[in-house]
Ligand binder design. Structure first.
Ligand code: GDP
Length: 429
């Protein structure tokens, strides 16, 4: 495949000790060497040089050269570490573009790695999640996908389906040779794929965070509790009822898991239009949350009546109200806040429990949809077999199931599919 040479700054824009510029494509060595004093560089060796534009010294660099196919993208590549000043890096970028390189699009290095057979589509998809994961668990899951656990399993399933398809074809071609009914074990394959499907939701939660909604009437202290949990003034706290008119989010990390705390507007009847929107959003946020924490004011007569996973009696510094299965806290003095954090941590761990032992995990909606469609085809094939329909019918479903798996790992792809997969990648990846 003929391709042009692309260039990008691969480190975040900002000041740092180092800033890396990557070149990939047939002219990358030539373009880079034009500006340095390095003769006959060897691949995968590190060189130091001064970097010039004509006679002007731009910076000192440390450079690594890669020869195709032994590089990230599978093409000739050069990685240059400059001093991490955005002025230097953008100068370097401009110089390389003047020399004929093209500014890379988001995810284009990884896209090339996929196109050159360096990784399957699942691994390519996982690169982004590995970089973006905010929690230990999310990182573990993404790395497992990047290292090919899911792709290997899909290949195994595909092999089994290919065998079934071959057996069916033989029976279609030579119907007289076979007397017995053919009954491949589709149920086991469907079961395995359903197990994989069930990992999608908890994996998303592990990568994106467990949502915890603080719900309750206005002025019971939801914002104060959020602040106490986060340890800083994130939500605005006031003594006028109905001031938190929208949802406010803040994240904390507990036991390697990201927990997104959502402070909702007090749920109450209101005539104020803006507050009404807030109340609606609060209800929605509470519905979508994995864990609901219902906050009650110790000084009120209120009896908690909203569905909740944890009940908290706040303002316990004023009155000590006893209630079964409720946690007494004071956002003001900090009393009980650690216990609340512990309770949230325990429930959060349960939401993602499955992920601790799961080896094979779906980390993208695309993956989920394709496995789901594959299962659907296999279920139809199973039904056709049960109803003793002609074996040709089974063949059609099994073939389609294989096609979905091929799309999943990227054996079959179109530019549109790649555009979707790489649309969220940043430039330089
Ligand atoms: P929200 O509407 O439920 O978010 O309630 P806020 O967090 O805005 O708190 C309402 C009022 O209760 C504010 O005046 C807070 O200072 C006060 N408050 C919150 N938590 C406590 C607490 O634990 N003890 C006491 N004494 N006052 C509190």
């Amino acid at each position: 495949m003929v391709s042009d040479t692309i260039v990008a700054i691969s480190t975040p824009i900002g000041r740092a000790a180092l800033g890396v510029v990557r070149l990939s494509g047939p002219n990358s060595w030539k373009i880079a060497l034009k500006h340095m004093i390095i003769s006959k560089p060897q691949p995968r060796k590190v060189y130091y040089s001064r970097f010039f534009k004509n006679k002007e010294l731009i910076d000192e660099v440390v450079v690594t050269f890669y020869k195709a196919p032994h590089s990230y993208t599978g093409e000739d590549m050069v990685e240059l570490s400059f001093h991490g000043n955005p002025l230097i890096l953008s100068k370097a970028l401009k110089i390389f573009i003047e020399d004929g390189a093209r500014g890379a699009q988001g995810g284009e290095f990884t896209r090339r790695a996929f196109l050159n057979g360096k990784m399957d589509l699942i691994s390519a998809e996982a690169v982004e999640k590995v970089i973006d994961s905010t929690s230990e668990l999310g990182l573990k899951i993404s790395q497992s996908a990047m290292n090919g656990h899911l792709a290997n399993l899909i290949e195994e399933v595909r092999k089994e389906l290919m065998e079934i398809s071959a057996n069916v074809e033989v029976r279609i071609d030579y119907p007289d040779e076979f007397e017995e009914e053919y009954s491949p074990n589709l149920a086991r394959i469907i079961g395995n794929l359903n197990d994989i499907l069930s990992t999608y939701d908890p994996a998303q939660t592990a990568i994106e965070g467990v949502k915890v909604a603080l719900i309750g009437a206005p002025n019971v202290g939801k914002s104060s509790i959020l602040n106490a949990l986060v340890g800083k003034e994130k939500a605005i706290v006031t003594s006028v009822a109905g001031t938190t008119r929208d949802t406010i989010e803040a994240s904390i990390f507990v036991n390697g898991l990201k927990v997104i705390l959502i402070d909702t507007a007090g749920i109450r009847e209101t005539a104020d239009e803006v507050e009404k929107i807030g109340v609606e959003r609060a209800k929605k946020a509470a519905e979508e949350a994995h864990i609901k924490v219902h906050v009650v004011d110790a000084t009120s007569e209120e009896i908690p009546d909203l569905p909740a996973d944890i009940i908290v009696i706040n303002k316990s510094d004023l009155v000590h109200k006893r209630m079964k299965n409720a946690l007494n806290v004071s956002a003001k003095t900090g009393q009980g806040i650690e216990n609340l954090k512990k309770a949230i941590a325990e429930l959060s761990a349960k939401v993602t429990e499955k992920m601790n032992s799961a080896q094979v995990v779906l980390i993208a909606h695309r993956q989920y949809e394709l496995v789901r469609k594959c299962v659907q085809e296999l279920q139809e094939a199973q039904m056709a077999l049960n109803e003793e329909m002609p074996i040709d019918v089974v063949e059609i479903n099994v073939r389609r199931a294989i096609e979905y798996l091929d799309e999943l790992v990227g054996r079959n792809y179109s530019q549109d599919i790649l555009d979707v997969v790489f649309s969220n990648f940043c430039v330089g990846k």
